[in-house]
Ligand binder design. Structure first.
Ligand SMILES: [Zn+2]
Ligand SMILES: [Zn+2]
Ligand SMILES: [Zn+2]
Length: 278
Protein backbone atom coordinates (compact mmCIF):
# COMPACT_ATOMS: atom_id res chain seq x y z
CA UNK A 1 0.00 0.00 0.00
CA UNK A 2 1.24 3.47 -0.86
CA UNK A 3 0.77 6.57 1.31
CA UNK A 4 1.41 9.79 -0.58
CA UNK A 5 1.84 13.15 1.16
CA UNK A 6 0.50 15.67 -1.35
CA UNK A 7 0.98 18.75 0.82
CA UNK A 8 2.69 19.28 4.16
CA UNK A 9 2.17 22.95 5.05
CA UNK A 10 -0.26 24.57 7.47
CA UNK A 11 -2.91 27.07 6.38
CA UNK A 12 -0.71 29.73 4.74
CA UNK A 13 1.63 27.30 2.96
CA UNK A 14 5.35 27.88 2.64
CA UNK A 15 6.35 30.45 1.46
CA UNK A 16 3.35 32.15 3.06
CA UNK A 17 0.83 33.22 0.45
CA UNK A 18 1.31 36.95 1.10
CA UNK A 19 4.51 36.83 3.19
CA UNK A 20 7.87 38.45 2.47
CA UNK A 21 9.77 37.42 5.64
CA UNK A 22 13.35 36.09 5.74
CA UNK A 23 12.20 32.49 6.15
CA UNK A 24 9.97 32.76 3.08
CA UNK A 25 12.86 34.30 1.13
CA UNK A 26 15.08 31.36 2.14
CA UNK A 27 12.35 28.86 1.24
CA UNK A 28 11.93 30.47 -2.20
CA UNK A 29 15.69 30.45 -2.78
CA UNK A 30 16.21 26.86 -1.62
CA UNK A 31 13.01 25.48 -3.16
CA UNK A 32 12.58 21.67 -3.09
CA UNK A 33 11.39 20.34 0.25
CA UNK A 34 11.02 23.88 1.62
CA UNK A 35 8.04 24.56 -0.63
CA UNK A 36 4.94 23.30 1.18
CA UNK A 37 1.40 23.22 -0.15
CA UNK A 38 -1.66 22.62 2.04
CA UNK A 39 -2.11 19.17 3.51
CA UNK A 40 -3.74 16.13 2.06
CA UNK A 41 -2.82 12.45 2.02
CA UNK A 42 -3.75 9.64 -0.35
CA UNK A 43 -3.81 5.99 0.62
CA UNK A 44 -3.47 4.11 -2.65
CA UNK A 45 -5.71 5.55 -5.36
CA UNK A 46 -8.96 5.02 -3.42
CA UNK A 47 -8.70 7.03 -0.21
CA UNK A 48 -8.11 10.75 0.21
CA UNK A 49 -7.86 12.70 3.44
CA UNK A 50 -8.86 16.36 3.20
CA UNK A 51 -9.59 18.49 0.16
CA UNK A 52 -7.28 21.52 0.38
CA UNK A 53 -7.28 24.55 -1.92
CA UNK A 54 -4.07 23.25 -3.57
CA UNK A 55 -5.79 20.14 -4.93
CA UNK A 56 -5.58 21.22 -8.58
CA UNK A 57 -1.84 21.82 -8.19
CA UNK A 58 -1.53 18.33 -6.63
CA UNK A 59 -3.33 16.78 -9.59
CA UNK A 60 -0.90 18.42 -12.01
CA UNK A 61 2.22 17.80 -9.94
CA UNK A 62 1.61 14.12 -9.14
CA UNK A 63 -0.41 13.19 -12.24
CA UNK A 64 -3.37 12.19 -10.07
CA UNK A 65 -6.67 10.85 -11.33
CA UNK A 66 -9.13 12.09 -8.73
CA UNK A 67 -11.95 10.23 -10.50
CA UNK A 68 -10.44 7.05 -8.97
CA UNK A 69 -10.86 8.31 -5.41
CA UNK A 70 -13.98 6.72 -3.90
CA UNK A 71 -13.63 7.71 -0.23
CA UNK A 72 -12.90 11.23 0.99
CA UNK A 73 -12.35 11.81 4.70
CA UNK A 74 -12.43 15.41 5.92
CA UNK A 75 -10.82 16.14 9.29
CA UNK A 76 -12.52 19.50 9.93
CA UNK A 77 -13.86 22.56 8.17
CA UNK A 78 -10.79 24.86 8.26
CA UNK A 79 -10.10 26.23 4.80
CA UNK A 80 -6.70 24.54 4.46
CA UNK A 81 -8.47 21.17 4.82
CA UNK A 82 -11.72 21.72 3.00
CA UNK A 83 -12.39 23.68 -0.17
CA UNK A 84 -15.94 22.46 -0.87
CA UNK A 85 -16.54 24.37 -4.11
CA UNK A 86 -14.13 22.00 -5.90
CA UNK A 87 -16.68 19.21 -5.55
CA UNK A 88 -18.81 21.09 -8.03
CA UNK A 89 -16.45 19.85 -10.76
CA UNK A 90 -17.20 16.21 -10.03
CA UNK A 91 -20.39 16.28 -12.10
CA UNK A 92 -21.56 17.17 -15.58
CA UNK A 93 -20.75 19.31 -17.52
CA UNK A 94 -17.33 19.40 -15.80
CA UNK A 95 -16.79 15.66 -16.26
CA UNK A 96 -17.86 13.84 -19.39
CA UNK A 97 -17.56 10.20 -18.28
CA UNK A 98 -19.62 8.06 -15.91
CA UNK A 99 -18.23 8.16 -12.39
CA UNK A 100 -18.67 6.11 -9.22
CA UNK A 101 -20.24 7.96 -6.28
CA UNK A 102 -17.77 9.63 -3.93
CA UNK A 103 -18.32 8.77 -0.26
CA UNK A 104 -17.56 11.86 1.81
CA UNK A 105 -17.09 11.58 5.59
CA UNK A 106 -17.00 14.53 7.96
CA UNK A 107 -18.46 16.17 11.03
CA UNK A 108 -21.75 18.10 11.00
CA UNK A 109 -20.04 21.43 10.19
CA UNK A 110 -18.07 19.91 7.31
CA UNK A 111 -21.21 18.39 5.80
CA UNK A 112 -23.18 21.62 6.13
CA UNK A 113 -20.33 23.63 4.50
CA UNK A 114 -20.37 21.21 1.58
CA UNK A 115 -24.17 21.38 1.25
CA UNK A 116 -24.24 25.19 1.48
CA UNK A 117 -21.48 25.81 -1.06
CA UNK A 118 -22.84 23.33 -3.57
CA UNK A 119 -26.37 24.68 -3.18
CA UNK A 120 -24.87 28.05 -4.16
CA UNK A 121 -23.65 26.34 -7.34
CA UNK A 122 -27.18 25.03 -7.96
CA UNK A 123 -26.51 21.46 -6.85
CA UNK A 124 -28.53 19.50 -4.28
CA UNK A 125 -25.79 17.19 -3.06
CA UNK A 126 -28.16 15.18 -0.89
CA UNK A 127 -29.81 13.65 -3.94
CA UNK A 128 -26.97 13.80 -6.46
CA UNK A 129 -25.88 10.32 -7.60
CA UNK A 130 -22.19 11.30 -7.68
CA UNK A 131 -21.98 11.98 -3.93
CA UNK A 132 -22.89 10.15 -0.74
CA UNK A 133 -22.43 12.14 2.46
CA UNK A 134 -21.75 10.39 5.77
CA UNK A 135 -21.75 11.95 9.22
CA UNK A 136 -18.53 10.74 10.87
CA UNK A 137 -18.94 10.52 14.63
CA UNK A 138 -16.16 9.88 17.14
CA UNK A 139 -15.64 6.21 17.99
CA UNK A 140 -18.21 4.98 15.44
CA UNK A 141 -16.38 2.62 13.13
CA UNK A 142 -16.77 3.25 9.40
CA UNK A 143 -16.49 0.50 6.79
CA UNK A 144 -15.34 1.91 3.49
CA UNK A 145 -14.22 -0.51 0.81
CA UNK A 146 -11.35 -2.57 2.18
CA UNK A 147 -10.71 -0.14 5.05
CA UNK A 148 -12.13 0.10 8.56
CA UNK A 149 -11.82 3.65 9.78
CA UNK A 150 -12.23 4.85 13.36
CA UNK A 151 -12.85 8.60 13.76
CA UNK A 152 -11.25 9.97 16.93
CA UNK A 153 -11.87 13.43 18.39
CA UNK A 154 -8.87 15.75 18.41
CA UNK A 155 -7.98 18.77 20.52
CA UNK A 156 -8.17 21.39 17.82
CA UNK A 157 -11.30 23.51 17.53
CA UNK A 158 -13.92 24.77 19.96
CA UNK A 159 -16.44 25.20 17.15
CA UNK A 160 -16.61 21.66 15.83
CA UNK A 161 -15.63 18.06 16.56
CA UNK A 162 -12.37 17.96 14.64
CA UNK A 163 -11.49 14.38 13.77
CA UNK A 164 -8.42 12.20 13.46
CA UNK A 165 -8.86 9.04 11.39
CA UNK A 166 -7.43 5.68 12.31
CA UNK A 167 -7.27 3.48 9.20
CA UNK A 168 -6.99 -0.29 9.18
CA UNK A 169 -6.26 -1.40 5.63
CA UNK A 170 -4.82 -4.74 4.45
CA UNK A 171 -3.70 -5.62 7.98
CA UNK A 172 -1.87 -2.30 8.45
CA UNK A 173 -2.86 0.47 10.85
CA UNK A 174 -2.34 4.13 10.04
CA UNK A 175 -3.12 7.05 12.35
CA UNK A 176 -3.84 10.29 10.56
CA UNK A 177 -3.11 12.55 13.53
CA UNK A 178 -3.56 16.21 12.52
CA UNK A 179 -4.80 18.84 13.23
CA UNK A 180 -4.48 18.25 16.95
CA UNK A 181 -2.85 19.28 20.17
CA UNK A 182 -1.99 16.63 22.76
CA UNK A 183 -4.59 13.89 22.24
CA UNK A 184 -7.76 13.87 24.32
CA UNK A 185 -8.03 11.34 27.13
CA UNK A 186 -10.70 9.26 25.38
CA UNK A 187 -8.65 9.25 22.15
CA UNK A 188 -5.62 7.92 24.03
CA UNK A 189 -7.82 5.25 25.63
CA UNK A 190 -9.02 4.00 22.22
CA UNK A 191 -5.51 4.06 20.77
CA UNK A 192 -4.43 1.63 23.47
CA UNK A 193 -6.42 -1.07 21.63
CA UNK A 194 -4.09 -0.80 18.63
CA UNK A 195 -0.48 -1.27 17.59
CA UNK A 196 0.17 1.27 14.88
CA UNK A 197 2.30 0.78 11.76
CA UNK A 198 2.34 4.42 10.67
CA UNK A 199 1.73 7.49 12.83
CA UNK A 200 1.33 10.89 11.16
CA UNK A 201 1.52 13.76 13.65
CA UNK A 202 0.82 17.50 13.78
CA UNK A 203 4.00 19.62 13.92
CA UNK A 204 2.40 22.99 13.12
CA UNK A 205 4.35 24.90 15.77
CA UNK A 206 7.77 23.59 14.71
CA UNK A 207 10.43 24.78 17.15
CA UNK A 208 8.05 26.68 19.44
CA UNK A 209 6.74 24.89 22.53
CA UNK A 210 3.80 26.65 24.18
CA UNK A 211 3.22 25.69 27.82
CA UNK A 212 0.10 23.79 26.91
CA UNK A 213 -0.04 21.69 23.77
CA UNK A 214 -3.53 22.79 22.80
CA UNK A 215 -4.87 23.04 19.26
CA UNK A 216 -1.64 22.06 17.56
CA UNK A 217 1.70 20.50 18.43
CA UNK A 218 5.32 21.20 17.55
CA UNK A 219 8.53 19.19 17.74
CA UNK A 220 8.26 18.75 21.49
CA UNK A 221 4.67 17.50 21.26
CA UNK A 222 5.54 15.07 18.47
CA UNK A 223 8.40 13.58 20.49
CA UNK A 224 6.29 13.35 23.67
CA UNK A 225 3.50 11.66 21.71
CA UNK A 226 5.96 9.13 20.29
CA UNK A 227 7.38 8.40 23.72
CA UNK A 228 3.91 8.00 25.23
CA UNK A 229 2.79 5.67 22.42
CA UNK A 230 5.81 3.43 22.89
CA UNK A 231 5.39 3.36 26.66
CA UNK A 232 1.75 2.25 26.22
CA UNK A 233 2.47 -0.33 23.50
CA UNK A 234 0.50 1.72 20.93
CA UNK A 235 3.71 1.87 18.90
CA UNK A 236 6.86 -0.22 18.84
CA UNK A 237 10.33 -0.18 17.27
CA UNK A 238 8.87 -0.94 13.82
CA UNK A 239 6.31 1.89 13.88
CA UNK A 240 7.05 4.64 11.37
CA UNK A 241 6.56 8.19 12.73
CA UNK A 242 6.11 11.14 10.39
CA UNK A 243 5.69 14.81 11.37
CA UNK A 244 3.75 17.11 9.04
CA UNK A 245 1.45 20.20 8.73
CA UNK A 246 4.22 22.74 9.35
CA UNK A 247 3.30 26.40 9.79
CA UNK A 248 5.88 28.96 8.77
CA UNK A 249 4.72 31.91 10.88
CA UNK A 250 4.83 30.22 14.31
CA UNK A 251 8.06 28.38 15.07
CA UNK A 252 8.74 28.04 11.34
CA UNK A 253 11.87 26.12 10.38
CA UNK A 254 13.48 25.08 7.12
CA UNK A 255 13.24 21.41 6.15
CA UNK A 256 16.80 20.61 7.12
CA UNK A 257 16.43 22.35 10.49
CA UNK A 258 13.37 20.19 11.18
CA UNK A 259 15.31 17.09 10.11
CA UNK A 260 18.21 17.92 12.39
CA UNK A 261 15.83 17.89 15.38
CA UNK A 262 13.54 15.01 14.39
CA UNK A 263 15.57 12.47 12.40
CA UNK A 264 17.88 11.56 15.31
CA UNK A 265 14.70 10.74 17.25
CA UNK A 266 13.50 8.45 14.43
CA UNK A 267 10.76 10.78 13.24
CA UNK A 268 10.63 11.49 9.52
CA UNK A 269 9.94 15.03 8.35
CA UNK A 270 7.26 14.99 5.68
CA UNK A 271 7.68 16.97 2.49
CA UNK A 272 5.42 17.44 -0.51
CA UNK A 273 5.66 14.23 -2.52
CA UNK A 274 6.88 11.95 0.31
CA UNK A 275 5.77 8.38 -0.34
CA UNK A 276 5.68 5.65 2.29
CA UNK A 277 5.15 2.01 1.33
CA UNK A 278 3.55 -0.24 3.94
ZN1 LIG B 1 -4.68 22.83 9.32
ZN1 LIG C 1 7.13 34.38 5.66
ZN1 LIG D 1 -7.33 23.39 11.52
Amino acid sequence: MKILFLGTGASEGMPGLFCECDLCAKARALGGKNIRTRTSIHIDEKYKIDLPPDTFLHVLRYNLHLADIEYLFITHSHSDHLCPSMLNYRKRPFILQEIKPLHIYGNQRVLSHIRDVLKFHGMDITSHPNFILHHARPFQLIKSGRASVMPLPSDHSRLEVSLLYLFEVDGKTILHGYDSGWFLKETWKTLEDYTLDLVILDCTNGGVSPDEMRGHMGIEGVLKTKEHMISRGIANKDTIFVATHFAHGIGGLLHEQLESRLLPMNVQVAFDGLTIEL
